[in-house]
Design a protein. Structure first.
Lengths: 168, 503
């Protein structure tokens, strides 16, 4: 584990990470590099004169990898920023709202998908007030149905129940 | 000269059709409406509103997008002046004196002079674009793949040098963006690369999807982390029209700002960002009493706002003549054009003259609309600023979802958007700005193509990039810039600038 406490950055250990943020960023870059090299493995790189499909992505991945190694090296030599604090509520609820929208839009229609997306993502902030979120979600959903379905003539169902013939 | 007028005439004939004027107007309104929301810059605004333009024919759609762009710019200035929250890097300097003016009850005048300055800058820049367009497309014709590759490398070096924060991180972000552009079919063999059997990736990563993810969703995730202090200026905004004395005071700053911003905007790699800052510094240096700056000096609003708008407009030049977007906003414009089946570049002027000149004329009309329609509506925008963010962001999420879905009616695209949102959030946690990613991604495909063609021409020797004179000059230009930026004294200065901006 990386120490995220800047106070005891100079701790005895096999790895003395002095800039945790850079260290982790470097590791991620090396990870991306390895992943891309693996992903284009089956493709032909060709020659410099006649480059194949794998040449350009492979070269870029190696560049990223080198960048990552530089960041890791730097993080061991110079003091730098600690890892930034991540919040979970925001990203989790916002993305849950988006995924629910994606899952329901085609079969249940805009009314259901919109309400789900707005209500779930609405609670992504600690300042959310339940009643307000629901009323606002209903108003925005209605507005979007009018705008996108009727004014802009988008082909998306307004409301449907799968397995029945209900749908308009 | 006569040509210039006949071209502009054609442009105005296209842009002034009732249909297109209405679309430009709606674009401006919607652009301001979204752009005025705190924490949403022009990139996010265009990305979110792009789907609305899908139903129209290309010329009308692009005119509407241009309207959205100017509206978003103006909305950003409004938030900068009244809320002290800059929506993008280039309006950060406006905050310094603009917000001070607002606190003194002169917010209306700050908004007014910003609109007037922007209009003047926009008018000059429109003429400049119209005059330079044809000669520059001529330049484009002598550019082969070798020159194009070097030009794009130069542009990306610029983008890294002028990015906010760490230059090294910006360079890495650009490389990552270029890497993302290789997802999809190989240009020569048609073999799929890194698509992992996802149909939606078979044509490459959709640009609008990525933009909405990074700048729509990602921006919201970042904003949710800190509750934004909403320091809406209380009390009156005051009158909007500056008096004669204030106009006289702003005249030269507006002219100087226009020249500085317009010149920097043409540079590849986001020169426009420098414009507002350079204009502000110039005014401060020229002023008889520099201590007035930062305390509500009207020149401190007039100059950077004019520079900003001039740069915003001249940055269309590299896009329209060479097909190379100089910054992330223009990269989004490329996405918008491609969706409508137009590949921006020197051929557009010949193959779609009505579209090309119509777009240029609509830039001026867009600016005029901002002045005569948006300014009087300022009260509505101010009221909108009072809607709490906790209600606004779910609505923006919803627009992004519907927008992405409407492109290809694909739910996988929505999931890809969510992934890019998380990527943008994660990048910010590690000190990486997302804007250069978009630029790298949009230039990536062109770069690979021109690199491969160059290598076939040269028989596999990289020396071709330095033996061809134009290409060598471009690379030398990039090298000089790199050396300058890395000089210790400039490096410190650069860090200072961006510290002041980030504040």
């Amino acid at each position: 584990m990386v120490s995220s406490n800047p106070g005891n950055a100079r701790r005895a250990g096999p790895l003395n990470v002095r800039a945790p943020q850079k260290f982790v960023a470097g590791m991620v870059l090396v990870g991306i590099c390895s992943f891309v090299l693996w992903a284009v493995e089956g493709l032909d790189a060709g020659t410099v004169k006649f480059m194949g499909p794998a040449m350009f992505p492979r070269a870029l991945a190696v560049l990223l990898g080198i960048g990552g190694v530089i960041l890791i090296g730097d993080s061991l030599l110079r003091d730098g920023e600690a890892l930034a604090a991540w919040s979970w509520r925001g990203p989790v609820l916002v993305n849950a709202g988006i995924i629910l929208f994606a899952l329901t839009i085609r079969h249940f229609g805009l009314a259901v998908a919109g309400m789900l997306a707005l209500v779930v993502s609405g609670f992504a902030t600690a300042e959310a007030r339940p009643r307000e979120v629901i009323v606002f979600a209903a108003a925005v959903t209605l507005g979007c149905i009018i705008l996108f379905r009727y004014l802009l003539d988008m082909s998306v169902p307004v409301f449907a129940i799968p397995g029945t013939s209900i749908g308009f | 000269m006569l040509d210039l007028f006949s071209h502009l005439g054609l442009g105005f004939a296209v842009a002034l059709s009732l249909h297109n004027v209405v679309l430009c107007f709606i674009g401006c309104m919607l652009g301001t409406l979204i752009g005025v929301l705190p924490g949403i810059g022009p990139i996010a605004t265009i990305a979110v509103l792009l789907p609305i333009t899908f139903n129209f024919e290309p010329a009308s759609a692009l005119i509407m997008v241009a309207g959205i762009y100017y509206g978003a710019q103006y909305g950003g200035s409004t938030t900068a002046i009244l809320l002290s929250i800059p929506g993008e890097a280039s309006s950060t300097v406006t905050v310094l004196d603009g917000h001070e003016m607002a606190k003194q009850g002169r917010g209306g005048i700050a908004l007014g002079i910003s609109a007037i300055g922007s209009f003047f800058a926009g008018t000059v820049a429109t003429v400049v674009i119209a005059a330079l367009a044809i000669p520059l497309t001529g330049v484009a014709l002598v550019f082969g793949p070798v020159e194009y590759f070097s030009l794009m490398v130069t542009g990306l070096v610029f983008a890294a040098a002028l990015a906010r924060g760490s230059m090294f991180n910006a360079a890495i972000t650009i490389v990552f963006g270029v890497l993302l552009s290789t997802v999809g079919p190989d240009l020569v063999t048609g073999k799929l690369r890194m698509t992992f059997e996802v149909n939606e990736l078979a044509d490459g990563i959709d640009f609008a999807v990525m933009g909405m993810g990074l700048f729509g969703v990602g921006e919201i995730l970042r904003n949710l982390d800190h509750t934004m202090s909403r320091d809406v200026v209380k009390g009156t905004i005051g009158r909007l029209l500056p008096g004669l004395a204030e106009l006289r005071q702003s005249l030269w700053p507006i002219i100087r700002g226009t020249v500085i911003g317009g010149a920097l905007g043409i540079l590849p790699g986001n020169g426009a960002v420098l414009g507002s800052f350079a204009a502000y510094t110039t005014e401060k240096k020229l002023a008889r009493d520099p201590s007035r700056f930062g305390r509500g000096a009207i020149e401190g609003v007039a100059a950077p706002e004019s520079a900003n708008n001039a740069g915003a407009q001249t940055s269309f030049i590299p896009l329209l003549t060479l097909g190379i977007p100089p910054n992330a906003v223009m990269a989004i414009m490329v996405g918008a054009m491609t969706i409508h089946g137009i590949i921006p570049g020197p051929q557009v002027i010949g193959s779609n003259p009505d579209l090309f000149w119509g777009l240029i004329a609509s830039m001026w009309i867009g600016n005029l609309m901002l002045l005569v329609i948006n300014l009087p509506l300022i009260g509505i925008w101010v009221r909108l600023l009072k809607v709490p963010y906790r209600l606004l962001f779910p609505a923006i999420i919803m627009f992004c979802c519907i927008g992405v879905y409407s492109i290809n009616e694909s739910t996988t695209d929505i999931v890809i958007m969510a992934a890019f949102g998380l990527l943008g959030y994660a990048m910010s946690k590690f000190g990486f700005e997302p804007a250069p990613l978009v630029l790298g991604m949009i230039l990536g495909r062109m770069m690979e193509e021109s690199l491969r063609q160059s290598m076939i021409i040269s028989g596999g020797s990289f020396a071709i990039f330095v033996t061809r004179p134009i290409s060598a000059a471009l690379l030398a230009f990039a090298a000089i810039l790199l050396v300058i930026v890395l000089l210790p004294s400039i490096r410190h200065r650069r860090e200072e600038i961006f510290v002041e901006e980030e504040d």
